[in-house]
Design a protein around this ligand. Structure first.
Ligand code: KG4
Ligand code: ZN
Length: 352
């Protein structure tokens, strides 16, 4: 089965052609980083406009690289949430139009679930597992008993991990996106020189990173920004300690066979190494997608789409987008309001 995946939830316009959920025929990712860099973060309206300009050429390029035509597809998988409403609407509207004209099935994909699924593309992870999804918009810890079978154990109460990396990088003048910049600076710093607080939130699998971010801000206010590399290393060490300790605790509590990591922050080599070592010591497996499948991409969307389409799942051409679609819950249906059911607008007002 050939599935076209489309991903436009934030600032990457991506399309991929994947065969039977695992064989990647092509993957095209067009990053909007240069557009948003001067604002120090993603500007939603600019992201939507850039997706509009880029999505059709990106899809065409994905077929060109796959050596296939759009007529060869058996279905389309598209991210319908969570993410920026305007950006999601560009992807879903395009997917609907192609499915309608070619009479092909459509499947809506939850972006967080797809980050988790990225672990199943090259590997067969041992289940049940603890999944940790750490990205610019999300920090979720879930119990995974199968693809489609999740129980959310905890999530961030404030900033997502990637968001904290991006904000601290901004404070340190390291530019955007902040995660890779912090990691590079930290390599030259001493993680033991400045100790930042570890927000463990005992008794809960939730996370909280805004206090840590504020601690970095106070440190800069008091001591200035002269030890950028040590600050970056100290901040990164605090984040990694919290994530690793909580994931290992959950793994032990739930008696799982492995740990699955996913999302953009999973590219961080210090985090990957610490989790891998922790899992090894605990005697369980550790899985993490290759770096290109950690950050936003459409391979994970097409791959998960294949699994769902093969199970007979289908989405309606009137599907909604949902800016805060919760992992494990169904995509809320389009609500026909007084204004004729404007999916995205309605969703934002009702916050799903
Ligand atoms: O998954 P992703 O591409 O987009 C969202 O779904 O949000 O994640 C992007 C996030 C950004 O916050 C970026 O700073 C972070 O992932 N990131 C990293 C690294 N590479 C990307 N954070 C820490 N270390 C990295 N090497
Ligand atoms: Zn993502």
């Amino acid at each position: 089965m050939i599935v076209l995946g489309i991903e436009t939830s934030c600032d990457e316009t991506a399309a991929a052609v994947v065969e039977d959920g695992k064989k990647v025929r092509s993957s095209v990712v067009s990053s909007q980083v240069d557009i948003h860099r001067k604002f120090g973060g993603v500007v939603p309206e600019l992201a939507s406009r850039a997706h509009l300009d880029l999505l059709c050429p990106v899809i065409e390029e994905s077929f060109h690289r796959a050596g296939l035509s759009i007529l060869d597809i058996d279905g389309i998988a598209v991210t319908a949430g969570p993410g920026l409403v305007g950006a999601l609407l560009v992807g879903t509207s395009t997917a609907k139009a192609i499915c309608f004209s070619l009479k092909k099935p459509l499947i809506a994909i939850n972006h967080i679930e797809a980050h988790l699924y990225a672990n199943f593309i090259d590997e067969e992870p041992v289940l049940p597992a603890i999944g940790l999804i750490v990205s610019g918009g999300h920090t979720d810890m879930v119990y995974v008993s199968g693809i489609n079978e999740y129980k959310v154990l905890g999530r961030t109460r404030d900033d997502a991990v990637g968001e904290a990396f991006d904000k601290v990088a901004k404070m340190l003048g390291l530019g955007y996106p902040g995660g890779p910049a912090i990691e590079r600076a930290a390599q030259k710093g001493d993680a033991g020189k400045i100790t930042f607080p570890r927000p463990y939130l005992p008794g809960s699998f939730d996370f909280s990173f805004s206090g840590l971010k504020t601690a970095v801000l106070y440190h800069i206010k008091k001591h200035g920004c002269k030890d950028v590399e040590d600050i970056a290393a100290g901040f990164q060490a605090a984040v990694v300690d919290v994530l690793v300790r909580k994931v290992l605790m959950a793994a032990e509590d739930e008696g799982v066979g492995s740990i699955l990591l996913g999302g953009g922050v999973a590219r961080n080599t210090v985090l990957r190494k610490a989790l891998e070592e922790g899992a090894f010591k605990t005697g369980i497996g550790f899985f993490c997608p290759p770096p290109a499948l950690c950050t936003d991409n459409a391979v994970m969307i097409a791959g998960l789409g294949f699994v769902k389409l093969e199970r007979g799942e289908r989405s309606s051409l009137s599907l909604n987008v949902c800016s805060n679609w919760v992992l494990g819950s169904p995509l809320p249906p389009l609500i026909r309001g007084e204004q004729g059911g404007m999916g995205g607008c309605r969703v934002e007002r009702d916050s799903c």
